[in-house]
Design a protein around this ligand. Structure first.
Ligand code: ATP
Ligand code: MG
Length: 423
């Protein structure tokens, strides 16, 4: 049974979340059997800044998740994000190996390989190669060319690259804990897998994961991922602003922010009008702050920061060149999505439909994971299973595994993992 465990370790700026799921023969969905979220240490804006601290935090989270699952975690997919992530779209062309016959899987792999051949700085590594569309003898819009006839095969791919230093640091943390790295997954892509619908991707949509220290962006146009980035702004900035505005510590500001969300959520649920003040006394803050009005907090402090965050997201959308192709608007997830006014401010600034993204597609008794802050955590195991282990397509994409995770140390590990899934 333990062979079918799929685990994910989401290394965030605010929390380290570990998820353990099991793939059974009788259930289509992954069943979550272990989960833990621990306060993050040593990560800033998605980047590891202190290996020892991160390793300790991961160890704590992994141990608690193991205890809940009743299984040891020996391998896991790891999230990677932050402003060192960048993306580009690249084109590949090959001659079909047997022009008299059909295009085969090897031709498809060769053309994707050709699209990978870009000049890349020695400090960067490709972590994802996603075909956007294929062209056969000039005919575009093809999703799967295998079995078609033609002589010239082309592909448009989306490549995501990351800083090798950060990847190596993550590898180091995991190997120190005796955990094999099944593969790096961009946290924004993981979140997209957990919260977006196929229809949204087909129509055109932007996934926005607002974490503590960074915001991941994944733009889909015509069903394909077309732009990915990660900007160094997150919900922590809202906390900073509250700290400055009310002259309190960051810890107190975070508590006040969470109390505001809780109070307004409760008042909404009961259909009451917005409360005039926040019951700060229940927080036992060390500072002497008198009761603060939610309206002042929202209008004078939080609203301005949210507008700023959306303006930066808007700039990214513009930079992508696909701004006109996203009628489904934005799906906002990540812990920051809980911030009061997040959806309304987005509609005002971006002028497109905005909805809250909540992870789905997993089962189990742990409702706790079905919250926006765990979109990327849940997405790690969903993306890992579908695209690396190749479960859903029924084809085990071994080649993809070996090409995508070329940091030598992880290859042997992935081989072992794949062996476990060979029937
Ligand atoms: N109920 C809430 N109301 C307002 N903000 C919230 C709420 N819950 C969480 N947050 C904020 O969400 C942020 C954490 O989000 P998340 O857990 O997605 O971050 P992370 O994944 O650890 O970080 P990152 O992805 O940036 O590396 C914190 O700044 C926290 O204050
Ligand atoms: Mg995150």
């Amino acid at each position: 049974m333990a062979e079918n465990l799929i685990c994910g370790i989401d290394i965030g700026s605010t929390k380290i979340a570990t998820v353990v799921a099991i793939q059974t023969n009788d259930e289509e969905d992954l069943r979550v059997i272990g989960f833990n979220s621990t306060k993050s240490r040593g990560v800033k804006r998605g980047l590891i800044i202190d290996i020892d601290q991160v390793t300790n935090a991961i160890e704590e989270s992994v141990e608690k998740a193991e205890r809940m699952a009743g299984h040891k975690i020996t391998h896991a997919f790891a999230s990677v994000g932050g402003p060192h992530i960048s993306s580009l779209n690249s084109h590949g062309v090959v001659a079909v190996s047997n022009p008299q016959g059909d295009i085969n899987e090897t031709d498809v792999e060769r053309v994707v390989e050709a699209a990978r051949a870009i000049s890349l700085s020695t400090t960067r590594q490709i972590i994802e190669v996603l075909p956007r569309e294929y062209m056969v003898d000039g005919q575009s819009g093809i999703k799967n060319p295998a079995g078609m006839s033609g002589v010239r095969l082309e592909v448009d791919t989306h490549l995501i690259t990351a800083s090798i230093t950060n990847l190596k640091n993550i590898d180091r943390c995991l190997s120190d804990l005796g955990i094999e790295n099944d593969g790096f997954i961009f946290s924004g892509l993981a979140s997209a897998e957990a919260v977006l619908t196929d229809t949204e991707k087909e129509l055109g949509v932007v996934l926005v994961d607002i974490g503590g220290g960074k915001t991941d962006i994944c733009l889909y146009a015509d069903g394909a991922l077309s732009y990915s980035s990660s900007i160094p702004v997150g919900a922590r900035h809202v906390t900073n602003d509250i700290a400055v505005g009310l002259r309190v510590s960051l810890e107190s500001a975070e508590k006040i922010k969470l109390l505001l969300s809780k109070t307004l959520k409760l008042s909404q649920g009961k259909d009451q009008k917005k409360p005039d003040s926040l019951a700060l006394n229940e927080l036992n803050l060390p500072e002497d702050v008198s009761d603060v009005s939610p309206k002042t907090l929202i209008d004078n402090i939080i609203g301005a920061r949210l507008e700023e965050i959306y303006r930066l997201i808007g700039e990214e959308i513009e930079k992508s060149g696909f701004g006109q192709n996203i009628p489904s608007g934005l799906v906002v997830t990540g812990g920051g999505a809980h911030t009061i006014g997040m959806i309304e401010t987005g509609r005002k600034v971006i002028g497109l439909p905005i909805r809250l993204g909540i992870p789905t597609k997993v089962i189990g008794l742990l409702d706790e994971v079905l919250e926006p802050e765990y979109a990327s955590t849940v997405g790690l195991i969903l993306w890992g299973r579908k695209n690396i282990i190749g479960y859903e397509s029924g084809i085990k994409k071994f080649n993809k595994i070996f090409k995508d995770f070329s940091i030598e140390s992880s290859i042997g590990k992935v081989k072992n993992l794949v062996k476990q899934f060979i029937p």
